[in-house]
Design a binder for this molecule. Sequence first.
Ligand SMILES: [Mg+2]
Length: 270
Amino acid sequence: MLLTWVRTGVSTTPLFLYSNRSSTVEEEIFVGQEDDPELLDDFDFEQNEDTPIKDKDVYKQKLKRRASQYKIKLLNPCRKGKKLLVLDIDYTLFDHKSPAENPKELMRPYLHQFLAASYSKYDIIIWSATSMKWVELKMEQLGVLGNPDYKITALMDHLAMITVQSENQSRKKTFDCKPLGVIWAQFPEYYNEKNTIMFDDLRRNFVMNPQNGLVIKPFRKAHSNRDNDHELVKLTHYLLSIGDYEDLSRLDHGKWESFIDDSAKRRKRS
Ligand SMILES: [Mg+2]
């Protein structure tokens, strides 16, 4: 099987070329196209509703079912005493929309340094709203799996997500989100709401766990932004400075940038 990266419409997609035994024509199969997040803008959750989505029984039940049905396959054992970092892929670690000869051109700068540094205090789970085949392929091609400097605890895909509905300003919106409870239910002796932080460029993915989410600036247009994107360096500082906190969910991750500025000032003064 031959794998190439092609530009199809607006996105870069891995193209699998199979030679079809029953015919001489090559069959082209496209896999793992994520719903275009640009079409579904990341509408704000003002949570105007009387009951927040995370507290609604219907979604708690959905989460429970998902946690019992979806089996998280560990690539490496969970480590006692480590916190948990959950990472989105598209626009968080990788620009999946620009054309490229090689996926590494679309990798967010400092990715490996970021993962290696975070690994000292955090187990790392990668969770993407695409299929497992696509998650594995991307991580493999970026050199994230089998890296000597860190280990990935697990990969998760769209099947671990749940669909919810918000009713802000009397407008209903249905969307999928990433409930961390799926992970907490399966590894309660390691991970919980106090020691987990999740990065994603879409706020709506945190709707079941708003206190655990950090909205990362999306990494787009890799070719022009590659040289000036330092988000992962700054976020490494943040993760390491909060790495010994007892309860991460008490922090306001929306203010992470001022947190690292303040901690730099504190260091200077002392
Ligand atoms: Mg994303």
